[in-house]
Design a protein around this ligand. Structure first.
Ligand SMILES: [Fe+2]
Length: 396
């Protein structure tokens, strides 16, 4: 009997080890991330650079100065990273985008947006290879499950500061591009597919099993926001259907309820009209996701919480595609391993960086005067103040 028990114990140990190794094997490429000795881990987010090989000098300067000031442990490129006409020029555009991060020696991960694939006939696999080749060991993104929809769906784990266990997990999903229907017509943006959600569910379950049955808390990064945002912050339902703003049969007035978010929403959120796979519901059911971060709507810089999960839209870092100077900048997430049920998030605005002593943002091509950035800062404060008054202090 004792021998049988020993055999079962050895078998169970092997299964647990195998599950753990499997998760690690398809989790990431080079560098293993780890919380710092002070228990913190900082993630800097660059959204929607959406620029070609002649990257805006101000964009490079924003990234350089933000990296130097906040010294993140990881950079995430949140999609619509580059736009260009050919494989060759995409390569140069990616080199230009990655330059400040590589120079700072910071590991990075990425998701693709709806525009990245333009100019290469949708060949995101080739683009990912470029990131891996240019970034080398610093590039953590792999196409972890090439058989499922999209490219670059993956997860990256972060070890505890003592290196003993997996403390946190980062998910990366490809939200696709334009949705093309069977008859060739287009219908808004693509949607997260069932196989992507199934991959998430299976991988989360394996991570949990490898962590002794304890859920590994996580954050999601993807380019396009979840359709559930309409339920979260758009309160007024219309009694008729329109061409846009209809999600799962419900049409919303595209004006958000001011009391339901912090920050600013300049353009109506633009998720897919379809929610067939129930991605957000799967996060709620599994209970590991504490927040999601998305870009796509360049001028939106807001945070809300829905069903216990933070939904954060990071405004653009880029100066070439549409943007405004009251929200342009980079996102910064700070995790503390003493409590990973929560996180800190702030936008680092271009106007604040430009007003720092020694900043070169005003000096490079495309930069504006310090006086201009002071006026922009004042205007942003005024908008925040109005929001604060309207919502009786809820808004920051
Ligand atoms: Fe974009």
């Amino acid at each position: 009997m004792k021998t049988a028990k020993k055999i079962i114990a050895v078998l169970l140990a092997c299964i647990t080890l195998f599950a753990g190794l499997s998760v690690m094997a398809f989790a990431q490429g080079g560098t293993q991330l780890k919380f710092n000795s002070d228990g913190q881990f900082k993630i800097m987010i660059f959204a929607d650079n959406q620029d070609n090989e002649d990257i805006e000098e101000t964009t490079t300067q924003i990234m350089t100065e933000a990296l130097a000031k906040y010294t993140p442990d990881l950079v995430v490129f949140l999609g619509d990273n580059t736009v260009s006409a050919s494989y060759e020029t995409h390569y140069t555009a990616i080199e230009a985008l990655l330059a400040p991060t590589i120079k700072a020696g910071v590991p990075f991960a990425l998701v693709f947006g709806n525009h990245d694939q333009e100019g290469v006939n949708g060949d995101k696999e080739a683009l990912l290879e470029m990131y891996q080749e240019i970034g080398g060991e610093l590039c953590l993104t792999t196409d972890a499950a090439p058989e499922i929809y999209g490219c670059g769906n993956s997860n990256v784990t972060i070890f505890s500061s003592d290196g003993k266990n997996t403390a946190f997990n980062l998910w990366f999903f490809d939200t696709g591009s334009t949705l093309v229907l069977e008859d060739g017509s287009r219908d808004g943006y693509d949607y997260i597919r069932e196989d992507q959600v199934k991959w998430y569910e299976e991988t989360e379950t394996a991570l949990k099993a490898a962590n002794g049955g304890k859920t590994v808390p996580s954050i999601v990064f993807q380019h396009i926001i979840v359709p559930d945002v309409y339920k979260a912050i758009y309160s007024v339902e219309l009694p008729f259907e329109t061409d846009g703003y209809t999600y799962e049969g419900v049409t919303y007035l595209p004006v958000p309820s001011f009391s339901k978010y912090n920050g600013i929403i300049i353009e109506p959120c633009s998720p897919s009209y379809y929610n067939k796979a129930g991605q957000f519901d799967a996060w709620v059911e599994h209970g590991d996701v504490i927040a999601m971060f998305c870009g796509h709507d360049h001028q939106n810089d807001f945070q809300t919480v829905y069903q216990g999960i933070g939904i954060n839209n990071v405004s653009t870092v880029g100066g070439s595609a549409y943007h405004d100077d009251i929200s342009r900048g980079v996102g910064l997430v700070t995790l503390d391993e003493s409590d990973l049920s929560t996180y800190e998030y702030e936008m680092i605005y271009m106007f604040d960086l430009a007003l720092e002593e020694g900043s070169q943002i005003s000096e490079v091509e495309g930069g504006r005067s310090k006086f201009y950035y002071r006026v922009v800062k004042w205007f942003r404060k005024f908008i925040n103040g109005v929001h604060w008054v309207i919502t009786l202090g809820k808004a920051t």
